[in-house]
Write a protein that binds this ligand. Structure first.
Ligand code: BG6
Length: 484
């Protein structure tokens, strides 16, 4: 089954921070793949904008190198890069000053969709928005895309929202959470709301608990300074994991429409229970063999931020009261593996007697790697010898199910950027959602600061601190194994 490519109108996409890490790793390769799929026709252009004094040709060279290094897709034909580069331009611009703005204004062509990607520090969002307006580049149809971190607490997020609102309407602001662009994450909605099978069981009566795990093998790499100011709570939980939780827990929206979906997500965030210190375990990775530890990596021997967090939270509404959600994320763990597992309750009575053992259905949504879903069902173990039961997975790996010979599943950025061009905000966070997420997160972080809580240490290459195992064992449950 070859995926259908839906044409988009011609656009000019200006990437502020066009020479930065995110642009090189994600945005430019994603645009290249969309180009290969025929979604940059009719004179669409990518215009890099950054402080470096580069010529357009120097920039194209940098773009070609970035694509050679970071494009993992095999679907682009050899030689396509030259054609793509002919649609790439560059402007040397000063975000805080006046240099380059008139040049950019002169480059923008009328009659095309205008999108401005702010792949820069949040302190530049305001100055960029202001200058786009001042130079007449922002009409009612233009869109801005802003990257995380969107604030570091409720107050800073509010200030950012207020600043952007001075220049752009909420319907023009696309706050990216790349987890919402992942194929499986959207499939979560398709599975929940496109099938009769799951929704009647999707509540506290039938679901014992839910686990969300985002495990990484990498450390904090070259992002130590940013990470030390954030920790896993701000870097992963407040945004990516919160979004996954919302999609799992929300009520069915009346339609698949941006505000209908985001209204339901907001209700989930507002219904989250407060968590107490006993609901949370924080960790920092220790030194591996011949390796650095967390504090070395963030270059702060006194760092109190966490590279791992596990927490238990409840949702106070009719659907979920009594079903705990266990959330966990960390760096330098034993495998790169992200999944959501819905663990159903056992049958109320086993007709097969105690020797058949205890069994339950588990629906696992694998975000990465091997995007797909498993549903563990209980069957009879084949062969004679009575009624012995085993759990076997009904496996749907998306690459196998949907593509010829494992066709590439599009990257989150490809989908999200094209949604910006189409003007579809369903997979982007609304301002009030982001604020509600901070309103839940803030007291937790403030509590750590007030009490002087310190993360515990964990060995790299493991599942995280022992205390995190205790957190769930205490409730008579077990984490799912972290494995690829
Ligand atoms: C980013 C975080 O938003 O997401 C990183 O800042 C993290 O710390 C990354 O590594 C994980 O994204 P993915 O798509 O690789 O799971």
């Amino acid at each position: 089954m070859v995926s259908r490519v839906i044409p988009v109108d011609p656009f000019d996409l200006v990437v502020f921070g066009g020479t930065g890490d995110l642009a090189r790793r994600k945005i430019l390769p994603a645009l290249f793949r969309r180009f290969c799929s025929g979604q940059m026709e009719g004179g669409s252009r990518v215009i890099g904008a950054a402080r470096s004094d580069l010529s357009a040709d120097d920039y194209r060279k940098m773009v070609a190198e970035a694509i050679a290094e970071f494009n993992t897709s095999t679907t682009c034909e050899a030689g396509t890069i030259e054609a793509f580069l002919s649609q790439v331009d560059y402007v040397h611009i000063d975000a805080m000053g006046e240099e380059g703005w008139q040049t950019l204004a002169d480059m923008m062509k009328p009659g095309k969709i205008r999108a401005y990607y702010f792949s820069v520090a949040p302190s530049l969002f305001g100055p960029l928005a202001e200058r786009l307006q001042a130079h007449g580049m922002a009409d009612g149809e233009s869109r801005i895309v802003v990257e995380k971190p969107f604030g570091r607490d409720l107050e800073t997020a509010r200030t950012l929202n207020d600043t952007l609102a001075k220049y752009f309407h909420e319907s023009q602001i696309y706050r990216i959470d790349h987890y919402l662009g992942k194929e499986t994450v959207q499939n979560l909605m398709a599975v929940r709301f496109g099938n009769m099978l799951f929704e009647p069981l999707w509540n506290a009566q039938y679901v014992d608990h839910i686990q969300i795990t985002v495990a990484e093998t990498v450390g904090v790499g070259g992002r130590g300074e940013y990470y030390d100011r954030s920790g896993a709570m701000r870097d992963m939980v407040q945004n990516h994991i919160m979004q996954l939780l919302c999609l799992i827990a929300m009520e069915p929206p009346a339609k698949f429409d941006p505000d209908a979906v985001r209204d339901e997500k907001l209700k989930v965030i507002r219904a989250l229970n407060e968590v107490t210190p006993t609901d949370i375990v924080r960790g920092q990775y220790a030194r591996g063999e011949g390796d650095s530890d967390y504090r070395d990596d963030v270059e702060n021997p006194k760092a109190t931020s966490e590279s791992f967090i596990a927490l238990r939270v409840g949702i106070s509404n009719w659907r979920w009261a009594g079903t705990p959600f266990y959330l966990r994320t960390g760096k330098k763990l034993k495998a790169r593996s992200s999944e959501i597992a819905v663990i159903f309750k056992e049958t109320p009575h086993s007709i097969f007697g105690p020797e058949a053992g205890r069994h339950r259905n588990i629906l696992t949504i694998r975000l990465q790697p091997n995007e797909g879903m498993d549903l563990d069902v209980t069957i009879k173990e084949p062969g004679p010898g009575g009624m012995r039961l085993i759990d076997v997975p009904l496996d749907m790996t998306f690459a196998e199910a949907l593509g010829p010979d494992g066709e590439d599943v599009p990257d989150a950025y490809e989908r999200l950027i094209m949604d910006v061009i189409r003007g579809n905000q369903t997979l982007f966070m609304r301002g009030d959602e982001v604020e509600a997420a901070w309103a839940w997160t803030d007291p937790i972080i403030q509590g750590w600061e007030k009490r002087g809580d310190r993360p515990v240490s964990y060995e790299p290459g493991t599942s995280g601190p022992e205390d995190a195992l205790e957190l769930i064992h205490h409730d008579g449950r077990r984490w799912r194994e972290i494995r690829t």
